[in-house]
Design a protein around this ligand. Structure first.
Ligand SMILES: Nc1nc2c(ncn2[C@@H]2O[C@H](COP(=O)(O)OP(=O)(O)OP(=O)(O)O)[C@@H](O)[C@H]2O)c(=O)[nH]1
Ligand SMILES: [Mg+2]
Length: 337
């Protein structure tokens, strides 16, 4: 702008020097202004033609526009740069529109992902709860709430879980099954996942676990630990119990479940609502499978790896094993409800 003005002033003053050698009068100033306007007209026309884009940039990134318009104004008004400037504006606005469309599309995708609730029953798991939650958060699954169902822990499990951003549900009554049920009652998700608080189930399988439910191929997806078991991740007695209970379950119910005692599972809310469940302890996990079989719900299975748990087990191999066995036998001869 300054240069254009100076250019016109100097050319006027040169001609004035030749003719009258007088200083710039008001008439010559008007002439300069007219010339400036004439030179600026094509630029202004281009700006006017692109006013919508400029308006958009103004709304989205006023700082960038200001720096375009003011910092580099000297260059802008000189015609060689005008084309470049306008094409830059055009590129910039095209990119801006494309990226805002992308953002809208990805936010629509996130919203369309069904809400997921991950239910983690916990009892004195301060050594493992942080890692368990961090492992889930690392997966960056959209639309997920993490519910830690605690109430009996005498250690810092609740504090740690809260600090990690999980929602804490207090359940003072005893039992793994009861804790899961309380979690289900408080969950907002359409897909519900169960997971232990002991860092034994790798969260990298969550995405594969929910996929069959999203695709409506299954109401329940079970993990199977027995194929990819890590060395010494299960005690020999737990391994033996799991295998025996799974074989007996399959004989009694004519199914081919690979690991009936796996604690990593996903359910559709629709499927869960069809079940009548009574057990409150560890046998809850078996009762729910029996109900699923009786209600003809679709079950899918995925192989998962399994880590040695951190902290003390809450499972009583003998007592819980007998309870699970009784649950399998008793329910086989019960009428459908
Ligand atoms: N809220 C609550 N959680 C429980 C209770 N009993 C067990 N849990 C939790 O339920 C999950 C399963 O218990 P575990 O001790 O891991 O049982 P398990 O997985 O069969 O056995 P391990 O292979 O030794 O881990 C763990 O996260 C426990 O902290 C209970 O009475 N109340
Ligand atoms: Mg466990």
């Amino acid at each position: 702008m300054g240069e254009i003005f100076n250019k016109h002033v100097s050319s006027m003053s040169e001609s004035s020097e030749i003719e009258e050698k007088s200083s710039i009068n008001s008439f010559s100033l008007v002439v300069i202004l007219i010339k400036i306007i004439r030179d600026l007209t094509p630029i202004l026309e281009k700006v006017a033609r692109n006013i919508d884009k400029l308006d958009l940039i103004m709304k989205k990134s006023p700082d960038i526009l200001y720096s375009f318009l003011f910092k580099d104004f000297q260059e802008i008004v000189e015609s060689p740069y005008t084309e470049e400037f306008m094409s830059e504006i055009e590129n910039f606005s095209t990119n801006l529109i494309a990226s805002s469309k992308e953002k809208k599309a990805s936010s629509r995708q996130k919203v369309s992902h069904p809400p997921i609730s991950i239910i983690i029953p916990s009892l004195n798991e301060e050594e493992a709860i942080k890692q368990t939650i961090a492992d889930i958060q690392k997966q960056n699954l959209p639309n997920v709430e993490i519910l830690v169902v605690d109430g009996l822990s005498a250690d810092r499990t609740q504090d740690f879980a809260r600090k990690m951003g999980a929602k804490i549900i207090v359940e003072h009554r005893r039992g793994y099954g009861r804790a899961i049920q309380t979690g289900v009652e408080n969950a907002k998700g359409d897909i519900l996942i169960w997971m232990d608080a002991d860092f034994s189930y790798p969260a990298k399988y969550l995405s594969a676990l929910i996929q069959p439910i999203i695709e409506r191929k299954a109401d329940i997806v079970l993990g199977n630990r027995l194929r990819k078991l890590e060395y010494k991740s299960m005690t020999p007695s737990h391994l033996f119990g799991n295998v025996i209970l799974t074989i007996i379950f399959n004989i009694f119910y004519g199914k081919r479940i690979k690991d009936t005692q796996c604690g990593l599972r996903a359910f559709s809310r629709r499927g869960l609502e069809k079940m009548n469940l009574e057990k409150k302890g560890m046998s809850y996990a078996t009762e729910i499978l029996i109900e699923a079989v009786k209600k003809n719900l679709k079950i899918e299975q995925i192989d998962i790896s399994y880590r040695k748990r951190i902290g003390e087990t809450k499972l009583n191999t003998f007592k819980d094993g007998i309870n699970i066995l009784l649950t399998i036998i008793q329910n086989r001869f019960r009428k459908k409800s």
